[in-house]
Design a protein around this ligand. Sequence first.
Ligand SMILES: *[C@@H]1O[C@H](CO)[C@@H](O)[C@H](O)[C@H]1NC(C)=O
Ligand SMILES: *[C@@H]1O[C@H](CO)[C@@H](O)[C@H](O)[C@H]1NC(C)=O
Ligand SMILES: *[C@@H]1O[C@H](CO)[C@@H](O)[C@H](O)[C@H]1NC(C)=O
Ligand SMILES: *[C@@H]1O[C@H](CO)[C@@H](O)[C@H](O)[C@H]1NC(C)=O
Ligand SMILES: *[C@@H]1O[C@H](CO)[C@@H](O)[C@H](O)[C@H]1NC(C)=O
Ligand SMILES: *[C@@H]1O[C@H](CO)[C@@H](O)[C@H](O)[C@H]1NC(C)=O
Ligand SMILES: *[C@@H]1O[C@H](CO)[C@@H](O)[C@H](O)[C@H]1NC(C)=O
Ligand SMILES: *[C@@H]1O[C@H](CO)[C@@H](O)[C@H](O)[C@H]1NC(C)=O
Length: 567
Amino acid sequence: MLIIVAALVPLLVGVASEFVVLERRDGPPPGFSSIGPTPGSEVLTLRFGLSSNNIPALHETVYDISTPGNALYGKYLSQEEINKFVAPSADTLSRVSSWLSGSNFTSVPVTPAGDWISVNMTVAQANDLLAADFSTFQDRTINATVIRTLCYAIPSNLQGHIDWVHPTVKFPVTRTRAASFVNRTSAKPPTSLASISADCRVSSSWTPACLQELYGIPSTPAKPAANVLGVSGFNNDFANKRDLKTFLQLHRPDINPNTTFDLITLDGGLNNQLPQNAGNTGDPDTQYTVGLATGVPVTYISTGTLPNDLLTEMLDQANFLLKLENPPQTILNSNSDTSIGLESVVSPAMGISLCNAYAQLAARGVSYIVQTGIWGAGGTPFGLCKPFDPPFPASCPFVTAVGGTFFDNDEPEETGAFISGGGFSTFFGRPRYQDAAVSAYLQATNNTQATAFNVSGRAVPDVSAIAQISYISDGAIIDGASATEFSADIFASIIALLTNERIVAGKPGLGFLNPLIYANPGAFNDITTGSNPGCNTPGFNATGGWDPVTGFGSPSYPKLQKLCAVL
Ligand SMILES: *[C@@H]1O[C@H](CO)[C@@H](O)[C@H](O)[C@H]1NC(C)=O
Ligand SMILES: *[C@@H]1O[C@H](CO)[C@@H](O)[C@H](O)[C@H]1NC(C)=O
Ligand SMILES: *[C@@H]1O[C@H](CO)[C@@H](O)[C@H](O)[C@H]1NC(C)=O
Ligand SMILES: *[C@@H]1O[C@H](CO)[C@@H](O)[C@H](O)[C@H]1NC(C)=O
Ligand SMILES: *[C@@H]1O[C@H](CO)[C@@H](O)[C@H](O)[C@H]1NC(C)=O
Ligand SMILES: *[C@@H]1O[C@H](CO)[C@@H](O)[C@H](O)[C@H]1NC(C)=O
Ligand SMILES: *[C@@H]1O[C@H](CO)[C@@H](O)[C@H](O)[C@H]1NC(C)=O
Ligand SMILES: *[C@@H]1O[C@H](CO)[C@@H](O)[C@H](O)[C@H]1NC(C)=O
């Protein structure tokens, strides 16, 4: 760790302590260039991530309450109980507060446990406090500016007490997705679909009725229960009610086409209903949850857009949910925006911090479901290939990561989609629930040595589902749309229905799913063909058992239903 002695930093004259650099980067990422120092009077809202006093105990507790057979299974925690693990120690709080009050700053906690705080200060003050050099950077492609510093430091007596300060060295990724849709290449009906109705066999996209047949998902409405499926909205990507109605009329003629979703918002989030603002995430996500989780109330959770900063939005969403007395039992976050989709664009300290917020949701009994992205084996869409760059937040060990499958490419069976994101984390070690399954894959493919990817990292996906659907956008049918976000929609709907059955039976919801999934691979349709090439590499192969293309495979509702009934 680089130590800067105060006397060497002209801005810190009179400060009698040593500084340690917390994070730095050599230059701005490609596309950004500095247009000079930011005026000192400009106001910044900085977040500080404070070290928690006992995160390992939080993780252990989550595993206990999520592992079937454990005496604590299903005994979810209150937020007050969780705060005991996550709150900073008294020592951390007193060091940080005397540092900030010494400069007359006031901080406000932005999390229930007080582990993240927010402080407003001018750029001049931030440059002094953090030995930083905040400058304005412009992104040429979209003509947007951001204020960032290439390096910042904290007094050495705060080392180990402050994990990160944001926004500082992490730049947003501003490029839009290169392609979100891939069309089916073969129309030949696969032989294994003999038992599926003819319409579904030949159609290129999977509708709710066909998915019900394929995975055995019930079409009868779930019984009324205190159960909610939350659908995440970010980036002004709105869910349109008229599109949903058109969709239901077309694909679910057996249910009331007026069935719709509720809305909750944070950070000034909206859900405007202008037809042209119907989003290519919000629309399919609401259509495939309302359309598949029949009878389960769906709530669209719209987070407002902060300046170029999806990571802060996801942090805010997690904390908003933690503050609710009864958060939705199932949360779908299918956001596929590239500004957070890969570990390489997130700082490790903040990635770990967001993952610990998801661990808290797990402790509250929430099933948090994300997708693994459409870049195959961790490629990037920008030509800046960094092979095996793992998808994030999918790589967090406390979420369930869903990859994609097709009936395609002349394969007789459901096959791993070539777009399906999958791989091994560089932030998070392999959690023990997947140790046996992932070791078996690595051994079977002779990939036990770290080479292009981190063999010891948390591996994704956990499961997979069909990635090719048909939805309505601005009144028009979008056919042949392919993305793992749709796989996550399908999987989340199944989990919401299973959760409903448990709640009706007087049992707790399913909570964090992975220990259950890895103990019961037989409840999934094993997918043994397909691969996920990316960034000029062949990627990984789907194999028997767990693999980094399809996880354990696609869900069988009847098998999962049997399993969940006896837990
Ligand atoms: C903090 O505020 C007090 C009272 O207004 C003032 O005397 C002091 O100089 C301020 N300190 C700093 C570091 O700005
Ligand atoms: C910082 O400024 C924002 C915007 O003016 C305000 O909403 C927020 O309450 C302030 N935070 C603190 C800690 O003063
Ligand atoms: C870029 O943005 C600035 C400030 O928002 C604006 O003045 C300028 O006209 C924009 N340039 C282009 C090429 O759009
Ligand atoms: C995929 O299909 C859509 C809808 O039929 C069409 O608009 C689009 O051009 C096709 N894309 C490719 C790459 O073939
Ligand atoms: C749906 O809502 C419309 C307008 O409120 C109403 O006229 C119609 O009867 C409703 N349809 C059903 C099936 O409830
Ligand atoms: C591999 O994962 C482990 C566990 O998270 C981590 O400590 C290590 O730094 C990673 N190695 C690389 C090369 O990313
Ligand atoms: C792995 O290595 C063993 C021993 O060298 C060999 O027999 C086997 O065929 C290899 N498997 C694969 C999938 O390459
Ligand atoms: C994937 O399968 C192909 C064809 O069987 C094989 O040539 C290749 O070595 C396999 N790749 C990996 C990473 O195991």
